[in-house]
Write a protein that binds this ligand. Structure first.
Ligand code: 8YV
Length: 331
């Protein structure tokens, strides 16, 4: 490692220990008040930093990157998904992009299972009822939800997180089905007793619960379209802990309003942080459980994400290939 400290700009406040380590290793600038950068601030950052550390709330698009000075060599994203960054445009300017895979897999999978159960077993409504003083004593017919044991779960995107969801879901007695661009290794299929569906349409038509676990790319934007939502069996449930843009949110609202789907569990929203009034209304009606993008929000996870960012920057400064390089999406 050279002794020279690279100029690193971090766009959001990170866990204290991560910032402290970064301050030791780098000439680092932090965002103390944690207000997301404006476009002008992002442009200023790409003009001055050697390494930028953005998050999902920063849109590093082609036009921002066109303003980057020659000193910017690395964008070390604090996050797994890199749909906030135009990786191809960065590549054209010789800027490398890295992310933080693996360290948030288990936390996100936990949240996915949590949402499935929350929707099927009406957690939200139960908590609301109790808080509002509507709990007048146990009743044989009150707050009945749906059993998840023995039901069919269709996982859309069987990467690291999808596989971690499948492992948990199997323990909850769900039958695992999946759709993925590529079939996973036979050994994993056997371990999970998983059924591969080459056709997403056909899989959706047979599932009780669908979990969205693929990355957001141009190819997966509105992958779960109005037409596909209509293919899902009446009374089925959909859960999304990936990216809001993968589901056509307006179409999902209609499917829930019409009772085509029984419920949705969404940790991510299209156009977040905005919550559409229709979705909010559906959450009041107990038809949607909505969370504010908390899938990886554990103390351990955010610490480890920071550590990955530091490793990527250090290895890069040493002149080696950082471990978590992201390649432009070819879709
Ligand atoms: C992160 C996520 O918190 O890593 C991801 O892709 O969706 C989140 O869990 C966020 O992206 C941080 O930038």
């Amino acid at each position: 490692m050279t002794n020279r400290k690279p100029k690193v700009i971090v766009t959001r406040r990170l866990p204290e220990a991560v910032e402290a380590r970064m301050a030791e290793l780098f000439e680092a600038t932090f965002n103390g008040d944690d207000i997301p950068f404006s476009r002008a601030q992002l442009i200023e950052a790409v003009r001055t930093a050697e390494c930028l550390v953005p998050t999902v709330t920063d849109r590093i698009d082609r036009s921002v990157l066109s303003q980057a000075g020659g000193q910017l060599k690395l964008i070390a994203n604090f996050g797994n998904g890199t749909d906030n960054i135009d990786v191809a445009a960065a590549g054209e300017k010789g800027i490398l992009v890295t992310n933080t895979p693996n360290v948030l897999t288990e936390d996100t999978a936990d949240m996915t299972i949590g949402l499935m159960i929350a929707v099927a077993r009406r957690f939200d409504e139960g908590v609301d009822a109790l808080r509002e003083g509507a709990f007048k004593g146990w009743s044989p017919t009150w707050m009945l939800g749906r059993r998840i044991w023995g039901k069919k779960l269709g996982i859309v995107g069987m990467g690291r997180i999808g596989t971690a969801v499948a492992r948990r879901a199997k323990a909850f007695g769900l039958n695992i089905h999946y759709h993925n661009r590529n079939r996973v290794a036979e050994q994993i299929e056997q371990e999970l007793e998983a059924t591969y569906w080459e056709s997403l349409d056909r899989m959706l038509a047979h599932m009780d619960i669908v979990s969205v676990n693929c990355p957001h790319t141009p190819a997966t934007f509105h992958l779960i379209s109005a037409r596909r939502l209509q293919l899902m069996p009446p009374g089925s449930i959909i859960v999304n802990t990936a990216r809001g843009e993968i589901i056509d949110q307006n179409a999902l609202v209609s499917a829930l309003q019409q009772g085509q789907l029984a419920g949705a569990g969404l940790d991510v929203l299209e156009h977040e942080p905005a919550v559409s009034p229709e979705l909010m209304e559906l959450s009041h009606q107990g038809k949607a459980v909505l969370l504010p993008h908390m899938g990886s929000a554990t103390i351990e996870g955010r610490q480890e994400m920071g550590e990955r960012v530091i490793i990527n920057i250090r290895v890069f400064m040493d002149g080696d290939k950082p471990p978590d390089r992201v390649l432009p999406n070819m879709d």
